[in-house]
Design a protein. Structure first.
Lengths: 289, 303
């Protein structure tokens, strides 16, 4: 008997008034990202720096066992806020974050634009903010795995390996620094990739933009600094702005002779601009006036 | 009333898409007819809250279209006109995903997704990636996602567009089943008149953003006007003008057949009198069985 003969049946369940209507968007977004070719490889590669730094923390507590390895380099294995700053602001980690965005962020909105699926979302009891939070949470998930979680694990493992709370007592604010910087980096990259994803319908084109724009700002800085020798051109580089604010958050000296406040304002400005564009672009139907 | 709107206005820039539309739609299957650009899709989008009207107000299932959009969307299913899906998903994931977004618990959404995919005839291919689906399968999938949360009211925007005759017949069969046996109200926007005639008892005709006609199809066809078909010999210019002066709508087909839509209260003998005055021979005269197509042509003024 075909189902047509059986006929349509009503659903007798009850709708749930969940506090997180965006959660299915996030869950499926994460699931679909893991299905992408090579993503798992690159994602696990992103975790390599965290493993290396974790090993560094272990070695720092067992210097006598590893003396043949470290020799005069013990200075590099002093676990302090500089060590954390070095992990969070190193170019390798930021590069790998951009690679994650290429996989996880490029298609988040551009695919919905390409396949007209925004109207499917907004014909459901979803608000614009639910859609946005659901998509942004996909990026938050992946970036927290390479920022917030390793940072907290470093602190915990340092305490475990040393067998005392001395480290925690010395830098009680470090946990807040890890949380603050992880949120800053994640929020910036979430807005950055969602903004770029919303301006194109082709995922590959958006991926190139995400990758290219990030490095373009750095190259522009290098060129202009080379010509004019003014440190203020560092404000043009996304990477340097994040490093400058990161240095402040971890209570370290900033690398460039420009106030970190400018960098923070630029990061916030980019986030606000992205939010405004997203608000305008994300709607149930495309209106051509 | 399932849908009530009052004095609805909406413009895309300088182009008026809706110009003072007022409707009270009863329960049952309702056809929303009109030529391209008449404002059908705009009306559906306003009812769903995708667009905010420039002026006017309305209620869908008792919920205000401006302030209670989430409630409307919870109890309304929408099958869009365009191809729309989420790449990388199979039909089960896609349908259950949209069920979850409607507020269904995850397990129930998955169970229900299987049921509705069986219902629309996609049981064999429900684990296939949607991107590999044919146009007809995508159309069925769109219907499945629209009914997964068991809506009280279903908006179908051009549900048979792009389908072959067999696919069209099957989709219409499903729509008739849903609307006639299952206590789900259906609002079908289409410009394919036979589809509306086959599925709906009530019709709303929009033209240039205005309400051109609405009512039960059978009543509209019988009461509003009478259609006469005739073949004539002679110079017809003045004859046709006189018929138009009598407020009749006159169309001439390619094979020389004249279709005269006479308003209520007019007598067919007036046609003969006018023909005699203009020395026109009427060689064939028949009161035609009116179709929705005729009604549409009459109120919209297009063939």
């Amino acid at each position: 008997m075909t189902i047509k003969e059986k006929g349509y049946t009503h659903w007798d369940g009850e709708f749930k008034d969940g506090k997180f209507p965006w959660w299915p968007i996030t869950r499926y977004g994460i699931k679909l990202t893991f299905k992408k070719k090579f993503f798992k490889f690159f994602f696990f590669m992103t975790l390599v720096p965290a493993v290396v730094y974790l090993v560094g923390i272990y070695i720092s507590e067992r210097l006598e066992d590893f003396s043949f390895m470290v020799r005069e380099s013990t200075v590099f294995l002093q676990i302090n806020p500089a060590y954390f700053k070095s992990y969070f602001t190193n170019e390798g980690l930021l590069f790998m974050i951009v690679i994650i965005l290429v996989f996880a962020g490029a298609g988040l909105i551009s695919d919905d634009l390409k396949y007209n699926s925004l109207q499917l979302y907004f014909s459901r009891p979803l608000k614009k903010k639910d859609y946005f939070i659901g998509k942004a949470a996909v990026i938050v998930f992946f970036l927290f795995i390479v920022t917030l979680i390793p940072g907290l694990v470093f602190i915990i493992m340092k305490i475990v390996f040393s067998g005392s709370f001395k480290f925690f007592a010395s830098y009680p604010w470090l946990v807040l620094s890890v949380i603050a910087y992880s949120i800053l980096v994640t929020a910036f990259f979430a807005f950055y990739s969602l903004f770029l994803s919303s301006i194109g319908k082709n995922r590959r084109y958006v991926a190139i933009l995400i990758f290219g724009l990030y490095f373009f700002t750095d190259i522009i800085y290098e060129i202009l600094y080379g010509i004019f020798k003014s440190p203020y051109f560092s404000l043009l580089s996304f990477k340097i702005n994040l490093q400058q604010v990161g240095a402040f958050i971890f209570n370290q000296k900033t690398q460039y002779a420009v106030s970190w406040v400018y960098s923070l304002l630029i990061i916030i400005g980019i986030c606000i601009l992205s939010a405004l564009v997203l608000k305008k672009k994300i709607r149930g139907v495309e209106i051509v006036k | 009333m399932s849908v009530e709107v009052r004095d609805l206005h909406f413009s895309y820039g300088k182009v008026k898409a809706l110009d003072g539309v007022a409707l009270d739609l009863p329960k049952g299957a309702i056809g929303l007819l009109g030529p391209n650009g008449a404002g059908k899709s705009t009306l559906l989008r306003i009812l769903l809250g995708f667009l905010s009207p420039d002026k006017g107000e309305g209620r869908v299932l008792g919920y205000d279209i401006k302030y209670q959009q989430p409630m409307i969307r919870r109890f309304v299913g929408y099958m869009p006109e365009d191809d729309c899906f989420i790449p990388g998903m199979d039909a089960v994931s896609f349908t259950s995903y949209l069920g979850e977004l409607s507020g269904m618990p995850r397990q129930e959404a998955m169970k229900r997704a299987h049921e509705v995919l069986f219902y629309v005839g996609l049981e064999e291919s429900r684990y296939r990636n949607i991107e590999t689906y044919s146009g007809g399968m995508k159309q069925r999938l769109k219907l499945a996602q629209a009914i997964v949360h068991d809506p009280r009211l279903l908006f179908l925007d051009e549900p048979t567009s792009g389908l072959d005759p067999q696919g069209r017949k099957e989709i219409l069969g499903l729509i008739i089943d849903i609307s006639s046996k299952k206590d789900i109200q259906v609002l079908i926007s289409s410009h394919i008149l036979p589809d509306i005639e086959a599925t709906c008892s009530y019709v709303v005709i929009l033209n240039k953003g205005r309400l051109a006609a609405d009512g039960n199809i059978s009543e509209l066809k019988q009461i509003k006007y009478s259609l006469y078909e005739m073949k004539i010999k002679g110079e017809n210019k003045n004859f046709l003008q006189k018929l138009r002066d009598m407020k009749s709508n006159v169309e001439e087909t390619e094979d020389g057949l004249l279709k005269v839509y006479m308003p209520p209260g007019k007598n067919p003998q007036d046609i003969f009198k006018t023909a005699a005055e203009e020395k026109i021979q009427i060689r064939h005269f028949v009161k035609s069985q009116t179709s929705l197509e005729d009604l549409f042509a009459k109120v919209v003024g297009v063939d």
